[in-house]
Design a protein around this ligand. Structure first.
Ligand SMILES: [Zn+2]
Ligand SMILES: [Zn+2]
Length: 362
């Protein structure tokens, strides 16, 4: 029974030529043996997909196939040139996986460095210097890698393209595949007379210091990207990016929760009962007076609107929430104990007898 080419490509029987091409592009990329080096079934799948496309992409063959006639396409894979042409007609000169220079480095490596800021700096923004060792383009050769007065030469093996097409033997015959040029490492150029400063790499290691603007509202772990400030690429390839990871030092005065700050005010029993005024430290500096009314319960929360931290990239600030903690005395002097006992007597609270009398009782 003949293969269902429509099912192989996953398209309807009335699919347009464009749909068929799209389906093939996707399936060929997915099943190409180069993309599945450890999957022995990839070649068979790739072959089925290519066969289906070879038939359905040709209007005459497709008509015959739809009528139920036998369609002989010969052995597609034994004719290297024809198969290569087919791939090229679908994917263009750039090949199956994008540009034929895909193996040449497109840019330098990204770099990640930490920067430590305090809570106020994280909230209101700051500029900080980050120091790290990284590569920069060699000034002696302007990153080209060739000694002054000399020029890199075009690689003759790949004609300067950085990649070569080679025939790969597979169980289905030969298949064309694109690999980086061995001789020039994919750059398309050969350095005949290397720059003595960088040894032909076009980049050198240096101690670097970069100033980063930390925007208001960052939190612990925020990564700031500085485009083009990462490692220089070899031989004039653009530099990668620098990522600065913000680490916010803990501030013992506050607990941060998103854009809100939490602060704890500890007061005594009498202050809770009779009222108090406390000075609450503000993140921007200075203090704000907090009125604690008589009869304030432990755990009461007062809110200072707009005194929290800004939201990253937005206007406005969160709130500062002040939690009241009533501290019960643990080490009473004789006078303090006497006054508390008379307070208990006045309110009728049943309290434990004094320790001294208990000792006597033993
Ligand atoms: Zn150099
Ligand atoms: Zn080459």
């Amino acid at each position: 029974m003949a293969t269902d080419y429509y099912a192989t490509l996953g398209v309807a029987r009335d699919a347009s030529a464009e749909d068929i091409k799209k389906a093939f592009r996707r399936l060929a990329r997915e099943s190409h043996p180069d993309a599945n080096p450890n999957d022995p079934t990839a070649e068979a799948r790739f072959r089925e997909v290519a066969e289906a496309y070879e038939v359905l992409s040709d209007p005459e063959r497709r008509r015959r196939y739809d009528r139920g006639d036998r369609v002989d396409i010969g052995d597609l894979f034994s004719n290297l040139g024809a198969f290569d042409d087919l791939l090229r007609s679908v994917f263009g000169d750039s090949g199956l996986f994008g540009t034929s220079r895909r193996h040449a480095p497109q840019r330098g490596r990204d770099v990640l460095v930490p920067v430590e800021v305090d809570l106020a700096e994280a909230a209101f923004g700051t500029s900080a210097a980050v120091d790290f060792r990284g590569s920069v383009h060699c000034r002696a050769c302007s990153g080209r890698g060739a000694a002054s007065g000399s020029q890199p030469e075009m690689c003759a093996s790949c004609g300067g393209s950085g990649s070569v097409r080679v025939a790969r033997r597979t169980m289905f015959g030969s298949m064309m595949t694109i690999v980086p040029c061995d001789r020039c490492g994919g750059s398309g150029e050969l350095i005949v007379d290397p720059c003595p400063e960088c040894g032909g790499h076009g980049a050198v290691q240096e101690d670097r210091s970069v100033t980063v603007e930390v925007p208001p509202g960052v939190s612990d772990g925020t990564r700031l990207r500085m485009s083009g400030q990462g490692e220089a690429g070899e031989r004039g390839v653009p530099a990668g990016d620098l990522y600065v990871e913000v680490r916010v030092k803990p501030d013992e005065r506050y607990e941060r929760n998103g854009i809100d700050l939490h602060h704890v005010v500890r007061i005594g029993l009498a202050q809770a009962a009779l009222g108090h005024e406390a000075d609450v430290p503000l993140l921007e500096g200075g203090e704000e007076r907090l009125e604690i009314p008589p009869g304030t319960q432990p755990g009461t929360v007062f809110r200072f609107a707009g005194k929290g931290t800004p939201r990253l990239g937005r206007r406005g600030r969160g709130d500062l929430l002040v939690h009241v903690d009533v501290v019960v005395p643990t080490d009473l002097g004789p006078e303090q104990e006497a006054s508390l006992r008379s307070y208990a007597a006045a309110t009728g609270e049943d309290v434990k007898a004094p320790r001294r009398s208990r000792r006597k009782a033993r």
